[in-house]
Design a protein around this ligand. Sequence first.
Ligand SMILES: C[S@@+](CC[C@H](N)C(=O)[O-])C[C@H]1O[C@@H](n2cnc3c(N)ncnc32)[C@H](O)[C@@H]1O
Length: 343
Amino acid sequence: MTSGVATISNLKTRQASIQYIPLPMTGDRAVMGFHRHLLEDRIRTESFLAAIETIVKPGDIVADIGAGTGILSFASCRAGAKRVYAIERNAIVHKAREVARSNGFHSQIMFLQQDANTITLPEQVDVMVSECIGLMGMGRLMAAVAHLAKRLLKANGMLIPGKLSMYLAPVESRVHFDYVHVWDKHWYGFDFSRLQQTANNNVYVAWFDPMSFLADAKQVASLDLLCDDVTCVHRELMFTSCRVGYVHGFCGWFEMHLGGGVSLDSSPFSPPTIWRQVFLPLEREVLIQEGTTINVDLYVNAGATKDETDDYFAWNTEVRNPNSNIPEAGFRQSTYSSVNRSP
Ligand SMILES: C[S@@+](CC[C@H](N)C(=O)[O-])C[C@H]1O[C@@H](n2cnc3c(N)ncnc32)[C@H](O)[C@@H]1O
């Protein structure tokens, strides 16, 4: 620890450790921070705008679900929409209405502060658009949008996004593993190790270097939002390691087909987006050989718990070295355990 005396060397240490970026902290200001973060992701936003530009035709009726600041509604108007229903449960919708007025779209856009799960509209729509992308793609809003589209979209209507694919790969990454395994040590002389199990049963957003992959990635699911169940995915995957190393967990990501030939993905092979990738850690690292099989039984449920922030991931893993009938290691982990089971 540096002394509190304001010497030049103390100031330099302080400056090096501080990021001089103001963060909005509360209420409306926190919501503004969230929406700014979304708009600043040019890959995310421009992909949606490109899909809208291709799909929305002059005279179309559009529903924008989870409209936020209204960006997708504005793009729909610019593409020629006759009328847009901008549905948003947060009070930001009233600010979006003001922005619409500044841009001359106020007579075309109907802003409704309502929940997507219960909304009714006076007419069916040609296009439904929603930036409803959650961890590994799936999320509560996506489930609500898929449900709503079945009710409100015209027979030949278009849903943006239309398709979701999810991918997973086993990884060796000590940085990620060490980040999760901080509770086993003492903090200020106190033993916090009982919290380690809670940390193990969590999912993390993180960047990954594809060099950390221990095997080729596999597709977990390929879902059509209009036809398939997008609330729940259950898939068993078997990976065969291409090298010696320590397996520390799994890296997951999504690819969304927005429509009109536009895709958006959170792959570690692609330029970074706000979603990063998802890290599913293992309870402990396992040394593996080339040819080791890593089996994972993955379950993602975007509607399992009542807690809005906690979508449900479960990943049961078995590591089996070549020429051995006995598993090297086996783990049963889930975010449900993190929330509900005392360690
Ligand atoms: C990821 S933001 C997208 C905002 C904006 N469409 C954009 O692309 O910048 C998702 C928005 O959906 C809203 N939302 C989430 N669940 C909702 C629900 N069930 N009904 C209505 N709005 C919802 C959130 O408040 C948030 O503003």
